[in-house]
Design a protein around this ligand. Structure first.
Ligand SMILES: [Zn+2]
Length: 242
């Protein structure tokens, strides 16, 4: 699905993957679940492109619902996969995220949304994780040698190596699970903190690092794309957190 001339999304509001297209090729942001592979191929074909045009994949963090087809893309097509140094072990399946999530107020509506998430994950092969075996570690402030010259902004909190990826030519910042516009468990929409966050307060504090970016799009890993200022979205997240 095309969001803007050089900005595409696959997946849906449950789990999203983004593509930035420039004359130099394509940068992929996050890799969803294994089963998103077919959607990647279909989207590339709609764009008149192929997998050979993909120059790199950047993970917003190392959680399994973002690692999806990354290892396949790397192993079968030689595409480098970039992840923050502090999430390398997580992306390789060495260090598992802390168990967490809301333990209260699991009403029927929430249960339905949660079952929806897991049913979707099952359909997309998410219950089997193909962990990465090789990655390129990145740090805060790096500008990657990929289409769109993505800028890495450290946003620790959801995980130690969570990042935002700022791509000026796409007029966008990709934020992974530093915030969400749809709670994967409850189905509630609107700007809010993401569940399964290691350090909630640190995650909120990190958001000040993106709120002044001059972009039209803020693109989370879960939930609908935000077409508006980062400042307004960050304010919504902060007020939903209290
Ligand atoms: Zn996620």
């Amino acid at each position: 699905m095309k969001l803007a001339p050089n900005l595409h999304r696959i997946g849906n509001d449950i789990i999203a993957v983004y593509l930035v297209e420039t004359p130099d090729g394509i940068t992929v942001i996050d890799a969803g679940l294994r089963g998103h592979w077919k959607e990647l191929l279909a989207e590339l074909s709609d764009m008149g492109r192929s997998i050979a045009d993909v120059r790199g994949l950047i993970l917003t963090h190392g959680d399994t619902d973002h690692v999806g087809f990354a290892e396949r893309l790397r192993r079968e097509h030689g595409v480098p996969v970039y992840v923050h140094a502090d999430d390398v072990e997580r992306a390789k399946g060495v260090k598992q995220p802390k168990p967490g999530g809301p333990k209260n107020d699991l009403g029927p509506k929430r249960l339905g949304a949660m079952l929806g998430f897991f049913a979707y994950a099952l359909r997309k092969g998410g219950m089997r994780t193909d962990y990465l075996t090789e990655v390129v570690a990145v740090s805060d402030g790096d500008v990657l040698p990929l289409p769109g010259s993505p800028v890495i902004i450290g946003l620790p909190g959801h995980s130690p190596g969570s990042i935002a990826i700022y791509v000026p030519v796409a007029d966008a910042v990709f934020v992974g699970d530093a915030l969400t516009t749809r709670h994967v468990l409850t189905g509630r929409t609107g700007g809010q903190p993401a569940p399964f966050t290691d350090e909630p307060q640190r995650a909120l504090d990190s958001l000040s690092r993106i709120e002044d970016l001059p972009v039209a799009w803020v693109l989370p890993g879960h939930g609908s794309p935000w077409h508006g200022s980062p400042r307004a979205l960050v304010a919504a997240v902060r007020s939903a957190a209290v």
